[in-house]
Design a binder for this molecule. Structure first.
Ligand code: NAD
Length: 304
């Protein structure tokens, strides 16, 4: 049994931390939202009233927070993780953050005698619920090996990607590629429709041909073609435009800093931004298909 502090009990953290309890660990959880602490307690997490109470005496600290700024604050603010953690504590950040924040975390944690592993996840809330997330770990090899043991009860796949920040880098590149796949699928599905092709007939062609992709097979944006796709449910989110926009924006920023030209990723970022601007950030990211539609209408979407 390991004593674990969990900070951030939102959509992902509440579900992920429950698996650590089931695995027999002692998990103390904190979130700024009272109701989320109460919800976590129902899953066996010991809900506490501050970061300090969660971290005091913990061997491992795990973060699941919205953005880089929250991660930096939770670690370094007065009475935050750094003020309360014992030397040698293993800190895992499962949040999706920018590369600079991840670099900062490794540097600041390391200089204070803590061990840090960037540990972003893929698989969404369904993967978090089922305990089948993919974890991408970056850091010192011995720390990554210890992190692997801790995250295994929450994971379908645990990938030791490489050194510090390589986990988050892999996550951002992967999600950038997903964004570009969505763009290709959206334009293809609309062109097929406007050329008069039966959606199912075209899907069957692309699925076994060179236009195939994970996005196409899982999220084809026309109702009645792929069971489970958001198009069947008025584009209610399975992966929201807001989250997809966040990930692609972080990836594009990383590309700009690295001098890599990513016009396709920039385009899908801007299309997602328009969904957010129009109040559809909570809708599914595949609603970007409206951008390719000649009149903005989309089969399966009521326009609201
Ligand atoms: P969320 O907003 O539901 O959860 C984040 C939680 O952090 C919230 O409950 C918030 O109250 C809490 N929080 C914020 N500041 C805090 C502080 N100072 N102290 C304690 N708690 C604080 O977000 P989520 O969907 O659970 O995502 C968490 C992270 O995982 C994000 O970085 C996200 O990008 C990433 N992620 C999400 C998904 C997904 O499908 N939701 C998939 C992969 C990765």
């Amino acid at each position: 049994m390991t004593s674990i502090a969990w900070i951030g009990l939102g959509n992902m953290g509440s579900r992920m931390s429950a698996h650590l309890v089931s695995a027999g660990h002692d998990v103390r959880g904190y979130d700024v939202v009272d109701a989320l602490r109460e919800g976590a307690a129902e899953h066996g997490v010991t809900a506490v009233g501050s970061i300090g109470e969660a971290v005091d005496g913990a061997e491992v600290v795990i973060l699941s927070l919205p953005k880089g700024e929250h991660v930096r604050a939770v670690l370094a603010e007065a009475d935050g993780v750094f003020d309360h953690a014992a030397p040698g504590t293993l800190i895992l950040d499962t949040s999706t953050v920018d590369l600079d924040t991840s670099r900062w975390c490794h540097g600041e944690a390391g200089s204070r005698g803590f061990r840090f592993v960037d540990s972003p996840v893929s698989g969404g809330t369904q993967g978090a619920e089922a305990g089948t997330l993919a974890f991408m770990l970056g850091g010192d090899a011995a720390d990554v090996a210890d992190a692997k043991e801790i995250v295994t009860p929450m994971a379908g796949n645990v990938l030791a990607v490489g050194e510090a920040t390589h986990g988050i880098a892999a996550k951002l590149v992967n999600n950038m590629m997903l964004g570009v796949s969505i763009l290709a699928m959206s334009e293809g599905s609309q062109l097929a429709q406007q050329l008069g092709l039966d959606p199912q007939a075209f899907f069957e062609v692309a699925r076994v041909s060179s236009g195939d992709s994970w996005a196409l097979r899982t999220w084809y944006p026309v109702p009645g073609v792929v069971p489970g796709a958001a198009a069947n449910f008025n584009f209610d989110a399975s992966f929201s435009a807001m989250l997809a926009h966040k990930d692609v924006t972080l990836a594009v920023a990383g590309a700009e800093a690295a001098g890599v030209s990513v016009p396709a990723a920039t385009l899908i970022r801007d299309q997602l931004q328009r969904l957010l601007d129009d109040g559809f950030g909570g809708k599914d990211c595949t609603l970007v298909v409206r951008e390719a539609s000649p009149d903005g209408s989309v089969l399966g979407w009521d326009g609201r």
